[in-house]
Write a protein that binds this ligand. Sequence first.
Ligand code: GDD
Ligand code: MN
Length: 383
Amino acid sequence: MNNNIKNICVVLPTYNEVGNIHKTLEKIFLNQTVLHDYKLSVLVVDDNSPDNTAELVRDLIPKYSGLTLMSGEKKGLGDAYKRGINYALKNLKADLIIQMDADGQHDPGLIPKFIGLAKNYDVVIGSRFVEGGSTPYFSSYRLLLSKLGNFLVRYLGGAYVLRDCTSGYRVIKRELLERCQFSSFPTRGYSFQSWLICELLRQGATIKESPIIFAKRETGKSKLSLADQLEFFLNIVKIRFNNSEDFLKYCLVGSSGVIINLGVYYYLTRFVSFPITLSSPLAIEISIISNFFLNNFWTFKTRPTKKSLQIRMLNFHLVAGVAGIINYLLFLVLVYLVNIYDILAVVFGIAIGIIFNYAGNSLWTFRKEIKKPLYIGGKDEKE
Ligand code: GDD
Ligand code: MN
């Protein structure tokens, strides 16, 4: 492992953090007193915050010699990180990049510990979901969102070895960032974070999760918008496409199933005068069976498995059943509790149904028998 780390740069995106930024900078630079072998710098990436965060930062530059300010147009957290990390790698010659929130939720006092861990790992994640980590101030909605997001990134994005894939507190080595080509990620919002972690794993990064307590925001409010949340869910599907052809094949098979279902139903009711109450379940069953065989002999044909064909077929039916129930329940919740337009609810139900279906079949029915996971360490060892 290469340990030629000298320049460490904290990339700090800000949007309306005038009440927090000074304290955060103060605490970050305090670490320089113990980090004798390193040069610590901070790059604030502010997107023309209307509360004049940038003006305050500019006034602080004489006080902190390692402080740099970058301003730009607001295009989202991911876009700010792309610009900031690029600048830190090229102009500040950073060997190690630290991603962090500027609002006091991430404890800057952990920086020396994380740098210590980075001697043995390519990436260190300040993790809220490993033993010792927590989110004491999260609302139940925010916790649910975070857990759901993590579940999807882990099981659909391929980052199942990690517990906190969306954390905003991370230390990443230069070399790995360069390999990732993060500037071309198709995401501008918060989902940049999950794309980045999946890509780092794909590039073979060794990752250490170290517990953090996700503190209370000092002042101001979260910038996580509904658009960011929607982008996040769309992005999961994109990560899937990017990671493998399997999901695309799976969707093609599913589409063929819809056509078969319709075709069989049409044939039974129009040509052989079968009653419709029997034609529909028969058509569904035939389409499930045809989906199963296409997935078994095409989509997942290269996956080594010990299961017999019968067991796989049974698993496949169970997944289809549970996915159908999830689809229906989500539809009911969206229409009756969230009160959204029913056609949109059907679309959401189908989308989540497909994702569950894929996750269930990919991770259970056609599960690849792998010997050893890539990952090293989950619990925090004493340094
Ligand atoms: N420049 C810039 N542009 N900064 C932004 C933007 C933007 O569009 N949006 C947010 N920020 C800054 C905020 O000012 C803050 O310093 C940091 O990015 C994180 O934003 P918060 O609004 O504090 O996010 P959060 O606390 O709700 O979300 C946390 O959890 C997420 C996952 O659950 C953060 O840690 C995220 O990084 C993390 O992905
Ligand atoms: Mn925050």
